[in-house]
Design a protein around this ligand. Sequence first.
Ligand code: IPE
Ligand code: MG
Length: 223
Amino acid sequence: MDGNGRWAKARRRPRPFGHQAGAKRAREVVAACPDLGVKYVTLYAFSTENWKRSRAEITALMALFRHYIRKTSHELHAEGARVRFIGDRGPLDKKLVKLIGELEDLTRDNDRVHVTVALNYGGRDEILRATRKMADAVKAGTLAPEDIGEDTMASYLDTAGMPDPDLVVRTSGESRTSNFLTWQSAYAEYEFTETLWPDFGKEQFAQALDKFGLRERRYGGVS
Ligand code: IPE
Ligand code: MG
């Protein structure tokens, strides 16, 4: 979800104004998923690199996350959404971690749409944390190095049990993947759009999905 800052700047407003508009869009996109046939959606809300931003912007973002979880928990539950968070919760503030846990518990048994929020998430950081956990298991004698395969790695990642993404959409004209689902996106299709995230609504989402539907995926094989 990129382009909130530029969206705000174009309106001569502070960056958090763009983040508020972006959060509203994220909510709409999640609500549109069942209609569009999307069973799993992952929102990249805050990366492990985003701590480089100003204290003021980080504070505003964290407050926005808390506000949105409080505001939308019950309607998300009513919509049959199962919400999970990926990323390292260690550095997040205790109040936010508590809200995350409560939302995950509340929606645990839902299955209409699976919503994953990547918060303090980095693909490399996730692989490193998984590797440390595997090393601990090897040391404890519960995992044999020769048994470590792709499935093992996948089961140690934050996304354990979730399918790999079919399509990754990046907004705002940047053609980078920026540490998003590094392991999981090996065979994902990418859609890079010029649209800034606060302008990315259900229409744009539906268009990206239509385009994706026309692509041929060979996974390294032949047609
Ligand atoms: C939102 O867009 C991404 C978040 C980290 C919340 P940006 O804040 O990166 O917007 P630009 O790139 O400055 O326009
Ligand atoms: Mg950006």
